[in-house]
Design a protein around this ligand. Structure first.
Ligand SMILES: C[S@@+](CC[C@H](N)C(=O)[O-])C[C@H]1O[C@@H](n2cnc3c(N)ncnc32)[C@H](O)[C@@H]1O
Length: 236
């Protein structure tokens, strides 16, 4: 299995736009993956991750800007690479965002997408799918854009429709994280408790609490590991 790092190594990132950047964690991986990078702009509709992001890249040529990815305020063909990780299922209008990413990408530029998918998962990963959908439901009740993860085929269909001159997709597994090693169960439960407390009093609260209880039983009985993702690298 070729990693994203192996696929991007030796390639020049140039001027990079990272969409739905949140705390900039994917930028960290891109910086270690591309052979070199001139500048990165991370955009997100919310600035909630920007303090963390700015601390992470202090002194680097990385900037963070609040912007709706469905309405990018950049000229056509102004980036050498456009990237997005774990962002697709947060978008209310996926085709609009992908078409904006293509518009600002130079001909011959690099398109990078990492997105987890919901089908074809093992039992531990299925716990993550259920837990993720539960989080997304609460986020939507709070007015935040967050949807169930997509199927693998749906992600590929969105990318096929972009008219990239070529692209390759590859399964990505998060194998080394503490979660996949089973070290996070108690933390997962306390984070779920904190999240559901945000919607206390909502008419759907009792139903969400019953779902929470079922997920907690599963967390303890089956465990959890991150959903598999697709890494897609393409050329405009
Ligand atoms: C799970 S986070 C992405 C994680 C991030 N890429 C990383 O490397 O860790 C999803 C992000 O999508 C953002 N988002 C949702 N809709 C958006 C939009 N229309 N434009 C820009 N960002 C958006 C959310 O605010 C959220 O920060």
């Amino acid at each position: 299995m070729t990693t994203l790092r192996e696929r991007l190594s030796g390639m020049s990132g140039g001027r990079v736009l990272d969409v739905a950047t949140e705390g900039g964690r994917f930028i960290d991986q891109l910086k270690g993956a591309f052979g070199d990078i001139d500048e990165v702009v991370g955009i997100d509709i919310s600035d909630k991750g920007f303090d963390e992001a700015r601390k992470r890249f202090e002194g680097d040529s990385v900037r963070f800007v609040v912007m709706d990815a469905a309405d990018l305020e950049y000229p056509d063909e102004s980036f050498d690479a456009v990237t997005m990780a774990a962002g697709m299922h947060h978008l209310d209008d996926v085709p609009a965002v992908l078409s904006q990413m293509m518009r600002v990408l130079k001909p011959g530029g690099t398109f990078v997408l990492r997105e987890m998918y919901r089908d074809d998962q093992n039992e531990k990963q299925k716990t993550d799918v259920l837990q993720h959908d539960w989080y997304a439901k609460i986020d939507r009740m709070l007015g935040l854009p967050h949807h169930p993860t997509l199927t693998r085929q749906k992600i590929i269909d969105y990318v096929k429709a972009l008219g990239l001159s070529r692209y390759e997709s590859q399964k990505h597994l998060c194998e080394d994280c503490p979660r996949s090693k089973g070290e996070t169960i108690d933390k997962e439960i306390s984070e779920m408790n904190e999240h559901i407390a945000k919607v206390k009093g909502h008419p759907q609260y009792d139903q969400l609490m019953a779902e929470r209880d079922r997920i907690v039983v599963r967390l303890r009985a089956v465990g959890i590991s991150c959903q598999a993702a697709l890494d897609i690298v393409g050329v405009k």
